[in-house]
Write a protein that binds this ligand. Structure first.
Ligand SMILES: NC(=O)c1ccc[n+]([C@@H]2O[C@H](COP(=O)([O-])OP(=O)(O)OC[C@H]3O[C@@H](n4cnc5c(N)ncnc54)[C@H](OP(=O)(O)O)[C@@H]3O)[C@@H](O)[C@H]2O)c1
Length: 293
């Protein structure tokens, strides 16, 4: 049994909470901005009702054994406020977010050696009534090591697939290669099918190549056909599939622009690598065309 707190109970946080509930042996605390009457997650295996304590005030958070952070990357400061109480006794903090800067993002709030970066793949969305709909298996990659093993153990018996990897950097950059051209969906405000277009497909390929070049300079091992693999993946999706960047834009929410495209530009500058397409995507989306005055 472990006392586990989930900070940010949206799509991914909801899935993590349901997996912990399914594991059946944890004391779960859900940390949210607004009170949560209940949490229901429709999983491929059936409906899971999460039995948990709900906190809405970070100042009242008490120490737990593990913290799982699943806010959007741009809400790191708000998530960080929870850590003073939740990690007061040195609990490890798993950062379950996209991007390649998990440690950098939470360095102001928790000691680097207690941060456990996690990459997750899971088709899931949160519906307007708060129900979370999970449409496939949750697959996570976490750094191999004692904390990675402890993290994987939290989910034993839950149905989640947790892989320990000795090369987390490559796992995170590979995911970023997939996420980077997702900006094209947010820019065009069109779902996955728009990448069937030949001209836009070529732009997507170049965006991934920029990302891969920067990733390689950072030490990730990405093969020469990663761009083609990513585009094939997009083109194999249902045409109406909506990525989270497009979903955020359509809903008028902030987007993870810096974590998904801005970071490629920033780290590209560090290595002297040009990233014109990601630069343009980030700059234009930062203006929030269509959803800001
Ligand atoms: N959705 C996917 O399919 C998917 C797949 C792979 C990876 N990811 C990544 O996983 C991460 C989480 O994404 P998501 O889709 O789960 O986002 P989401 O549905 O928007 O959920 C984020 C949650 O964090 C909450 N939050 C924000 N600030 C908070 C604070 N200070 N205290 C407590 N809760 C706070 C939000 O609360 P409110 O409800 O009040 O806004 C929201 O419920 C992102 O990095 C995303 O890129 C997502």
């Amino acid at each position: 049994m472990a006392r586990v707190a989930v900070v940010g109970v949206g799509a991914i946080g909801g899935v993590l909470a349901a997996l912990l509930e399914t594991a059946g042996r944890h004391e779960i605390t859900l940390c949210t901005r607004r009170a949560l009457e209940e949490l229901t997650v429709k999983t491929p295996e059936g409906v899971v009702r999460v039995r948990a304590r709900n906190l809405t005030d970070a100042a009242r958070a008490e120490a737990v054994d593990w913290v799982l952070v699943a806010t959007k990357t741009y809400d790191a400061a708000g998530a960080g406020a929870w850590l003073r109480g939740l990690a007061a006794d040195g609990a490890p903090v798993a950062v379950v977010q996209n991007g390649v800067e998990h440690r950098e993002r939470f360095a102001p709030y928790v000691a680097a050696e207690r941060i456990v970066p996690v990459v997750i793949d899971c088709p899931v969305e949160r519906q307007p009534d708060g129900t979370v709909v999970q449409r496939g298996v949750a697959r996570m990659k976490v750094e191999a090591g004692p904390l990675g093993r402890e993290f994987a153990e939290l989910f034993r018996g839950s149905g989640a697939e947790v892989e320990l990897t000795a090369d987390f950097k490559t796992a995170a950059w590979r995911k970023l290669c997939i996420n980077a051209p997702g900006a094209l969906n947010a820019l065009t405000m069109k779902p996955a099918g728009v990448l069937q277009d030949a001209a836009l497909g070529r732009v997507a390929l170049e965006m991934v190549r920029e990302c891969a070049a920067v990733g390689r300079a950072e030490g990730a091992r990405l093969d020469d056909t990663v761009a083609e693999q990513v585009l094939d993946g997009y083109r194999a999706q249902p045409r109406d599939s909506i990525n989270s960047m497009l979903a955020d834009r359509l809903a008028g929410r902030p987007m993870e622009i810096d974590a998904r495209n801005g970071v490629i530009v920033r780290l590209g500058e560090k290595h002297g690598i040009e990233t014109p397409l990601n630069r343009m995507a980030a700059a234009v989306l930062e203006q929030g065309i269509g959803n800001r005055e």
